[in-house]
Design a binder for this molecule. Structure first.
Ligand SMILES: Cc1cc2nc3c(=O)[nH]c(=O)nc-3n(C[C@H](O)[C@H](O)[C@H](O)COP(=O)(O)OP(=O)(O)OC[C@H]3O[C@@H](n4cnc5c(N)ncnc54)[C@H](O)[C@@H]3O)c2cc1C
Ligand code: FES
Length: 265
């Protein structure tokens, strides 16, 4: 863990907009002037969604943009259960709290060569943040974005707008881009050579595939992992990730970004 990073704390946030952007996907913009400038791409927020007394757990969510100048934070999220459904019903002006910044950010290195960002499904959220980081550091990158079907795609325009060279789109059913998986498109890109680093977020099976392809191609890879989380700051032990060396690390505090080589897939 980086001891120089901003400490995790409780922050009040206000919903600015909360609207659908694709089938089952919502985009919420939060106003949080005392927080937006503290967030580093790849970190996440643990969001409280007001409910009844049984609904006390916060929801861990990555962000796609955090704008220090406007104090706004954008999160794209899938509505999958009770918490995210209640979040989707929070109107403009609703006030709640988040615990943030949580976890460790994506890493870049000085003079880093061309990179690839790979997003599967709602894994696109931290990947857009990663693309923003690469653009800011003037690191050239290409992108691979996959979804089950065209109606669930989001983020292609955002990645193009951030300066991605190629944006390869895949859908499981072939309704947009090429039919197939993100791993197929990534393997083709890496086969062309010239890449230094891959960043990936998506279903675990996808990230395992990305890790294997990167290992075979000799390209470094970082992944953003997901686990069920209770506290979000290393206190409860619910979010263990098994490491290749036989140890366990906490997804919330040691991750969510890990070197793919460190993870026991
Ligand atoms: C670090 C981190 C960042 C995340 N970023 C995003 C994001 O940017 N956008 C987004 O849509 N989702 C993100 N998630 C997943 C999100 O936290 C879960 O979808 C959410 O907690 C589900 O809450 P719920 O009450 O709606 O669903 P529940 O009713 O609790 O569960 C519904 C389904 O989602 C699964 N689920 C619940 N919690 C998690 C979890 N933490 N991780 C994986 N699956 C879960 C359950 O197993 C179940 O199948 C992130 C998770 C983590 C750990
Ligand atoms: S969620 Fe509590 S230790 Fe990670």
């Amino acid at each position: 863990m980086d001891d120089t990073k901003t400490p995790t704390g409780l922050h009040e946030v206000t919903v600015v907009t909360n609207e659908p952007v694709a089938d089952g996907l919502m985009r919420v913009v939060l106003s949080a002037p005392d927080l937006a400038f503290r967030l580093a791409p790849g970190q996440f927020l643990n969001v409280y969604v007001p409910g009844d007394a049984s609904q006390i757990l916060r929801i861990p969510l990555s962000f796609s943009r955090a704008d220090a100048s406007t104090g706004k934070i954008e999160i794209v999220y899938a509505v999958v259960g009770d918490g995210t459904r209640r979040l989707s019903e929070m109107p403009r002006g609703s006030v709640t709290t988040v615990v943030a910044p949580c976890g460790n950010p994506w890493r870049t290195s000085a003079g880093q060569g061309r990179s690839v960002v790979v997003a599967g499904g709602v894994g696109i959220t931290p990947i857009v943040a990663c693309a923003g980081l690469l653009a800011e550091r003037e690191i050239a990158f290409d992108a691979v974005v996959g979804a089950q079907t065209a109606g669930r795609l989001w983020g292609v325009d955002a990645l193009s707008g951030l300066g991605a060279g190629t944006v390869a789109v895949t859908t499981d059913d072939g309704s947009a881009g090429r039919a197939g998986f993100t791993t197929d498109a990534l393997a083709e890109l890496l086969a062309a050579g010239g890449y230094a680093q891959v960043y990936a977020c998506g279903p675990e099976v996808m990230m395992a595939g990305v890790a294997r392809i990167c290992r075979e191609a000799g390209v470094a890879c970082q992944v953003s992992m997901e686990r069920m989380m209770c506290c979000g700051f290393g206190a409860c032990g619910t979010c263990n990730v098994a490491m290749a060396d036989g140890t366990y690390q906490s997804c919330c505090k040691d991750g969510p970004v890990f070197d793919a080589e460190e993870v026991a897939w």
